[in-house]
Design a protein. Structure first.
Lengths: 278, 357
């Protein structure tokens, strides 16, 4: 798939970081003046962002800038105080976390949240909850529908685990996996819900450089095969600058810069936010 | 030997254990080798096994502490009594089956009514409110009067006179409970009930619904994030558990000539919780063993008179200590690993010898 080269940039709306190839298509996500207050504290304010249909977008910023809060707003863990979220053009104001997931947002968590006592395969099967269905009575009576759906869930789970080459640990307990593998399993589980937008909260945290570069390839591979948009929070600048097509920088709950990796790297405000005033 | 999934083998062992227990007891009683006191315990053992398995569904699989399980048992018990006594024209077996079935349905309905408010809470608060609901159910039954005559069933919350029966019988007489029950329960019925409860629970756990329930237990936020309706599946587990408890309650009531509402108090709820905790949360086979042993034990120790409950308590404490002992736990895991390795070696004809230490 053709990547956007920075030299061939077409003029885009000022608050958009959508790559060229997605311009003709409806964006997967649009936020308008999104904000949330916790008591008197404004955690996120006036957050405007558009994510293209197959874009890999990055959300960066210093610690405590409100990045994870943005993810929690998008997935309705928190209800926004102000503003609107449009997912595939649809308002998500009345939705809860479950409905937002069904509408197409899947996520991973900064502090890994796997179903630790269950096997790796079961974790992915739980992700397939709304994809492969089977009634409770059918399951209890072990009717043919049960066996059929179990087989489908198993096959699909194995296929998805194959993205990270994790088929051979399918029977292991999720909580017993090494840290990096747990992060990868979270991505697989999120993918299993068939999202149109995948939110990754620090996917490379705790990974060594070779694991990180492998992860970069996999994220691009996921975008290419599933044709979905991916938005990620990450502190590893090699990863962010390497695969993100559009980057938004958050500081004190506000977006201070948006643009391509090159633009961000040379933005004086961003440099100030990260390194302080010269 | 055909290779079997680990979970399938574990399930088969559980079923085999229950079946073996039934066959042995049947054989012993046919040979006249079962004492009277043990023979009287057979149906209660089946009831407590069913209760423990059904409570394990909430405590172990869903991960919510419920302290009002006896309440659902009593709903099933008294519904069962009313059903069996008001349908006297039917053959005993049909009455028993109907009593257990309808008892389960009514307990399930009680589960919905209790579950909707209770499942909004979490942790200790949920436990306290289930305890309260258990007591509420008991007190309601303490004030419930049901009678039957030719015109059908009569209900009252005042007294037996308020039923205004014409040549009928009082089936439930408030705090006096249900007098004059016809004993319909048999050990065979108990065995079948245990099998039903076991099958429902084990099949539920290994299904899409069961995985959703366990996902909620392991991580509620993550479960929501993958699109699992938490309230729905919590309620489903709770209601299934209540329904199964109601079936066990009906079998229990029909094993005696009279049943008092007082019987289904907090102590009974705790007794069942002890079975679950001792057998291991989420461990169905453990619940079965714990319920059996702890039901037989007080009777078996009856000859020790006053020391009976003392020894019972000591056994409880010892089992807790042993099952939670880290030293024994690690050794058990190591022993298991050695066994697996030894078995593998044997299967490979010793080919793997020397490759591993």
């Amino acid at each position: 798939m053709a990547r956007r080269s920075n030299t061939k940039m077409v003029p885009v709306p000022s608050d958009s970081i959508v790559p060229e190839r997605d311009l003709g298509r409806a964006p997967v996500l649009e936020t308008k003046h999104l904000g949330i207050d916790f008591g008197g504290l404004t955690a996120v304010d006036d957050f405007n962002l558009t994510v293209g249909a197959t874009e890999i977008a990055g959300l960066i910023g210093p610690n405590g800038a409100g990045k994870t809060t943005v993810f929690n707003l998008l997935t309705k863990v928190y209800q926004p105080t102000r503003g609107a979220i449009l997912l595939n053009g649809k308002q998500t104001a009345d939705m809860n976390t479950v409905q937002v997931n069904k509408a197409g947002i899947a996520r991973t968590f900064q502090n890994i949240r796997l179903f630790n006592d269950l096997t790796v395969e079961d974790n992915v099967k739980i992700g397939l909850h709304n994809q492969v269905k089977c009634g409770t009575v059918t399951s209890i009576l072990r009717l043919p529908g049960y066996w059929k759906s179990e087989k489908r869930a198993h096959d699909r789970a194995m296929e998805l685990l194959g993205i990270f080459g994790m088929q051979d640990v399918a029977k292991h307990q999720a909580g017993s996996l090494p840290y990096g593998a747990q992060r990868r399993l979270e991505i697989v589980r999120a993918l299993a819900t068939h999202p149109s937008l995948l939110l990754l909260d620090e996917p490379a945290a705790g990974m060594n450089p070779s694991e990180t570069s492998e992860l970069m390839e996999t994220i691009t591979y996921i975008r290419d095969t599933f044709q979905i948009a991916i938005m990620l929070i990450e502190h590893d600048m090699n990863l962010v600058m390497g695969i993100c097509e559009g980057i938004a920088v958050l500081n004190y709950g506000r977006i201070i810069a948006k643009g391509t990796p090159d633009e961000i790297q040379n933005n004086p405000q961003v440099i100030e936010a990260y390194l302080g005033k010269q | 030997m055909k290779k079997m999934k680990k979970s399938t083998r574990s399930k088969l062992i559980t079923y085999a254990m229950v079946a073996a227990g039934f066959v042995v007891m049947q054989g012993l009683s046919a040979a006249g080798m079962v004492s009277n006191s043990l023979a009287g315990q057979l149906v209660p053992i089946c009831v407590y096994i069913s209760m423990a398995i059904s409570l394990n569904l909430v405590v172990g699989i869903l991960g919510d502490l419920s302290l009002g399980h006896a309440g659902f048992m009593s709903v099933g018990a008294f519904t069962g009594v009313v059903v069996s006594m008001s349908l006297r024209f039917l053959p005993p077996l049909a009455r028993l089956v109907l009593a257990i079935g309808i008892g389960g349905v009514f307990a399930g309905i009680a589960g919905v009514i209790v579950g909707i408010p209770v499942l909004r809470l979490q942790g200790d608060y949920l436990a306290i409110v289930t305890l309260a609901f258990g007591e509420i159910i008991k007190n309601l039954l303490n004030n419930l009067y049901v009678g039957v005559d030719k015109k059908g069933l009569h209900f009252s919350m005042k007294d037996a006179q308020a039923l205004r029966l014409k040549e009928g019988t009082v089936l439930i007489n408030g705090p006096m409970g249900a007098p004059g029950i016809e004993k319909l329960s048999t050990f065979l019925a108990g065995f079948v009930l245990v099998l039903i409860v076991l099958t429902v629970t084990l099949n539920l756990v290994e299904s899409r619904t069961g995985r959703a329930i366990m996902a909620i237990r392991d991580n509620r936020i993550a479960a929501e994030s993958v699109g699992i309706n938490v309230t729905k599946y919590k309620l489903m587990a709770f209601v299934t558990s209540a329904g199964l408890a109601g079936m066990a309650g009906a079998l229990y009531a029909l094993n005696y000539s009279s049943v008092l509402p007082k019987k289904f108090d907090f102590n009974t709820s705790i007794l069942i919780l002890v079975f679950v905790v001792l057998g291991g949360m989420g461990n169905i086979r453990g619940s079965i063993i714990a319920a059996t042993v702890l039901t037989i034990l007080p009777e078996a120790l009856r000859s020790l008179n006053d020391y009976r409950m003392l020894i019972y308590a000591i056994v409880l404490i010892l089992v807790m200590l042993v099952t939670n002992n880290p030293f024994l736990k690690t050794n058990w895991v190591m022993l298991k690993k050695r066994m697996a390795f030894w078995r593998k070696n044997k299967a490979n004809g010793g080919a793997a010898d020397g490759q591993k230490k």
